[in-house]
Design a binder for this molecule. Structure first.
Ligand code: PDD
Length: 287
């Protein structure tokens, strides 16, 4: 079945969907995005993602092209037209099409909205048990990582460096050597005391929607947690480590800079959180 994309009011075959060459997203990365996961037909944490999209738009003073209820309808229509069960919906909004000139277009032009769908095969238990490898890399992004901007060049370079070194993800380290987050994931450890630890949110990291849900899951399960930065030494001596995102849910990290974390296999808390996350998502998001 061929994929269908939404582009500024039109549903088009994915292969032929395009935007204008002077779209400010294309020329300046002047836009924002969201990735919303679908699991067995259920849209996960949709409101959280759409509220964050609104915050990103406000921060960049980009006018929302449609209202939130309309956006929710469009997401369902793209899901329906793509027969999407488990996968991702990608939403991107840019400041629109205008002759290339750095300031905001004056008078303003309509913002551009695209929505695409992607099917995703979930990793099997053996792959999750094996976990993923992470490397660390100096932070090189701007100080407003809380905005989900489409300007992702440092994230791309850091992710490619991970791939080039045989790893899955890079964790950025701030000037004091503390982990900020991954290139497209939030970073966590289960520290030496058995307490889940992740950096508190501020302008230096993306306030992950999965991150917030995992803190709720930990609360539900009575697992202690602390929002406190950790460094590479803490991570290398942790009992467990894991990453979270809409695309990875909870994925165990089993090596950091080629050194095994704990026993070098997925830890029990990471696995418990992964299962509990999906159970909570199904229970809370089924329509
Ligand atoms: N990335 N940190 C960064 C830098 C991210 O790009 C993401 C998400 C996260 C996790 O956020 P959430 O739990 O809301 O997905 C943290 C998406 C999935 C992406 O860029 O593909």
């Amino acid at each position: 079945m061929s994929r269908i994309a939404y582009v500024n009011g039109h549903y088009l075959p994915h292969a032929h969907a395009s935007v204008h060459i002077e779209d400010r997203g294309y020329q300046f990365a002047d836009g924002v995005y969201e990735v919303v996961a679908l699991y067995k037909g259920i849209i996960l944490d949709e409101i959280g993602h759409l509220e964050r999209l609104e915050r990103s738009l406000n921060a960049l003073r980009i006018k929302p092209p449609v209202t939130l209820p309309v956006l929710r309808l469009l997401i369902r229509e793209i899901q329906r037209r793509n027969l999407l069960q488990t996968g991702l919906i990608y939403l991107q909004i840019t400041r629109g099409v205008a002759t290339r000139f750095h300031p905001f277009p004056d008078p303003p032009v309509p913002s551009s909205l695209i929505i695409t769908a992607k099917h995703m095969k979930l990793p099997n238990d053996a792959i999750v048990q094996k976990g993923v490898s992470v490397i660390t890399i100096p932070e090189m992004r701007w100080p407003r990582c809380d905005i989900k901007s489409i300007s992702l060049l440092p994230n791309i370079l850091a992710k490619q460096e991970a791939i080039d070194k045989g790893a899955y993800e890079s964790w950025f380290l701030d000037a004091e050597g503390f982990v900020t987050e991954g290139t497209a994931t939030n970073a966590w450890i289960v520290n030496e005391k058995g307490c889940i630890q992740t950096r508190p949110t501020n302008e230096n990291i993306l306030s992950g929607i999965t991150r917030k849900t995992i803190l709720d899951v930990a609360k539900d399960l009575g697992i202690p947690f602390v929002e406190k930065p950790f460094n590479t030494h803490d991570a290398e001596h942790a009992q467990e480590a894991f990453i979270t995102s809409a695309t990875n849910y909870v994925m165990p990290v089993t090596t950091i800079n080629k050194k095994p974390v704990g026993k070098g296999v997925a830890g029990p808390i990471s696995i418990q959180l992964r299962h509990a996350y999906l159970e909570k998502m199904v229970a809370e998001n089924a329509e």
